[in-house]
Design a protein around this ligand. Structure first.
Ligand SMILES: C[S@@+](CC[C@H](N)C(=O)[O-])C[C@H]1O[C@@H](n2cnc3c(N)ncnc32)[C@H](O)[C@@H]1O
Length: 365
């Protein structure tokens, strides 16, 4: 079976490592490839059949897709690939010709294996690159091809709002693929614990990527701009044994973080502190790891205030940080100046896609 796993751009290597770790526990052969055919935000996993023994001692096949949906922290979707193809020159095709190519391809696929006669279906689509066609065109064309094929076996049922089976059709550049989205309409990064919705919250998948980058070893950990608590909560959910502090300047957000932690069942594992990160030394004497999604001044505050805020924060951080820090922001100039002028070294930098932007991420020591 081939699974297409989706995640944020720029964290495919970390997501690949996660899926390798999960699959290695199943004792089945597998191969994992990041950015298959160069497509960003995607990881391909080829996995052999896995089995488990049920309570009556019978050998049963394990759904690897369900296993990954339930355990992954870095992925957004788990899609079972039906087929993929490279449509050379599709970007230059007239819309009708491009859609005809897609329809011809899909109509040859054995989609009836994935939808029972009693089940309803819908097609969700995604498109990226230079094309004359839209993602809505793709969804309609693929939906028609599937409907026509299923009509040979019975009367197909379409339900666009609450389908039993979700087909996912993607055209990225010249690569097209069709699969079954086993995750459903709500992406895995939308965690069920989120009851307080901070206007600038970080995706939980990216929070976990930042945790992977800082490599906390059980030492004390702080998110000094913790907002609704995404990073501390995701760390606590990993059964982290060390001290975890969530520092936030505004009471409303800190209360929200507490509500989220209660809903996640990890409230007791986190210390919630109302305070100013530019006075960090007042709140913690020393801390091993600091990870934060810094204010960018886009949704909250003003952009012009960021250089001063960053300078004051990193000068305080220099007094307390023992091991490593990971910070994510759009404000490249302001953060690099603050990091360097306060005696830190950038040991790793990468760009991560978040909210339509490519955001700078730094590991510092
Ligand atoms: C980008 S948001 C963090 C969002 C958080 N990662 C989440 O997922 O909810 C930045 C947060 O920093 C807080 N903040 C701004 N200035 C601060 C300061 N001086 N000290 C502490 N927190 C501050 C803002 O109120 C905001 O909640």
């Amino acid at each position: 079976m081939r699974l297409i796993l989706t995640t944020s751009k720029g964290i495919e290597d970390l997501a690949k490592a996660e899926v390798e770790g999960l699959l290695s526990k199943l004792g089945v052969p597998f191969r994992v490839e990041e950015r298959p055919l160069g497509v960003e935000g995607r990881v391909l996993a080829e996995v052999g059949k896995a089995f488990y023994t049920d309570e009556k001692g019978r050998k049963r096949e394990l759904s690897v897709a369900t296993y990954l949906n339930e355990r992954s922290r870095l992925f957004h979707r788990v899609i079972v690939e039906i087929a993929s193809a490279s449509f050379e020159g599709i970007g230059e095709d007239e819309p009708e010709a491009a859609l005809q190519r897609i329809e011809n391809f899909v109509s040859e696929l054995p989609v009836e294996r994935y939808v029972k006669v009693s089940e309803s279906f819908a097609v969700r689509s995604f498109r990226k690159g230079e094309h004359e066609i839209t993602s809505v065109d793709i969804a309609k064309t693929v939906g028609k091809a599937i409907f026509d094929r299923l009509s040979r076996f019975g009367t197909p049922k379409v339900n666009l709002d609450h389908p039993t089976v979700i087909f996912r059709a993607e055209l990225v550049g010249e690569t097209f693929f069709l699969g079954i989205d086993t995750t459903g309409d709500s992406s895995l990064h939308k965690r069920p614990w989120r009851v307080y919705d901070h206007p600038a919250h970080l995706k939980a998948s990216i929070a976990n990527a930042l945790i992977e980058l800082v490599k906390p070893d059980g030492g004390s950990f702080i998110d000094p701009f913790c907002g609704s608590g995404t990073i501390p909560i995701e760390l606590a959910l990993r059964d982290y044994s060390g001290r975890i502090v969530c520092l936030e300047k505004y009471r409303k957000h800190l209360r929200g973080a507490e509500m989220n932690a209660l809903s996640a069942g990890v409230h007791k594992k986190i210390e919630f502190v109302l305070g100013d990160a530019t006075r960090l030394g007042k709140h913690v004497e020393s801390v091993d790891f600091a990870v934060s999604n810094l204010p960018y001044g886009l949704k909250i505050g003003r952009k012009s205030m960021m250089p001063k805020l960053y300078m004051e924060f990193f000068s305080e951080l220099a007094k307390v940080l023992e091991k490593r820090g990971v910070f994510i922001t759009t404000e490249k100039g302001a953060i690099e100046k603050a990091i360097e002028e306060n005696g830190f070294e950038i040991v790793h930098h990468r760009l991560i896609g978040h909210g339509g932007l490519m955001v700078h991420t730094y590991v510092i020591e």
